[in-house]
Design a protein around this ligand. Sequence first.
Ligand SMILES: [Zn+2]
Length: 418
Amino acid sequence: MTAQGPDDPPAGPAPAEERVPAATAEAGRGEEDASARGRVKTQRWLSKRAARLEAELQALAGDIYRHLHGGDPRGLSEPRSFQLTLPLEPKPAGAEPAPLFAQLKAQTREWDMQAKGYAPGRVYCHRCASHACAHAVPPSAGTVFSGYSPTGVPQWADLVQVLLAARNERVDLLYDERPATVAMFIPGRELKSQLLHTFGRASKTYDILGQVVCGYFRPPADSAERLALTIQVVEWRGAFGSFQLDLNLIGPDPEDAAPYLAGQERLRRALERARRKVADIERRVQPADPAAPRNLTPLREVPQVIRGLVQDLERQGRQGVRRTVHAEERGTQQRPVHMAIEDLHRAGPDQFFFDEHRRTIVVLGSRHRAHAFTPEGRHATSFSLDPAAVDRRVRRGRWRVATEEERGGLLKAVAEQR
Ligand SMILES: [Zn+2]
């Protein structure tokens, strides 16, 4: 594209309506009035050209949306806009923007996601008003959705951290020699407790009613990362404001997740059961006749459905194969070692116990946290434990207060490792 000033007549033959009006040629003659009139006419001529291009661009974007993404521009619930970057001659140095077609294609794809109000495998990002941004998917296989930031950005955290923060009693099972699947229900209002109203807290265009976080699923042979899943019940509005309810499985791309989930027959069945129940609630809320009033009462069953899913998932039992020492060590790196070391240094002598069963030294931290270390100073696991459970373990003789020697030995060994 070449830039043209109002004083340059267009070069070459042009359609009559695009030819510079005669007044423009008189513009430089010095007479104030004629010059002002000329500028007005030139502006009118240029803005007409811009309007034609604008209409053509809008039509082009609509056609791309319709033909490439299968969308209907008239079905969009709110106005859409796009931003284009077109370099002018001389082109600026540096990275060249994508061709116009590629830019429109990418941006109209996003229209589609917004129009759907919902995207399988993704969490809606209120800040970017999109499912397509990087915030919408877990950053790594072991992370789950932990709620929204005040400005609506999805937050992700390691499953074990989320379980520890919630003082989940079963977190310990993740580190057993034969680890079990641990699942936990998180109500929607907890996920949105930080979210501000202006960033979609009360939105029904997209609303997470509740979720399950669960894991870990064993890594395939070629990966070191364990998989955790977030499973949400999402209420959203489809075309013409129709009520929609879906079970959304959030995790890595289906292709990446497949090797983890191969053979997880119980998981697949649990998901299927929950999906059927969710579809049933959806049907009862929104009768087939769109003119009939919506009945929101069945929505009260959603927490029950999610709790049922938690039970189904935990019934999966222990994972059949013992983890190798290698896997054990890989897991260690992902544990909240930092917090464990902090608690270790703050703990008094009466907060150290020796676990006779596992031959580890357990340190009690604040907020019911507990951390197990090997006598050699390696952090083995962290879990949450209420005082009653500590008493029980001591009474049963599984734990005893650690000796001065054991405590000193541990502190020394940890210090030497760091
Ligand atoms: Zn975002």
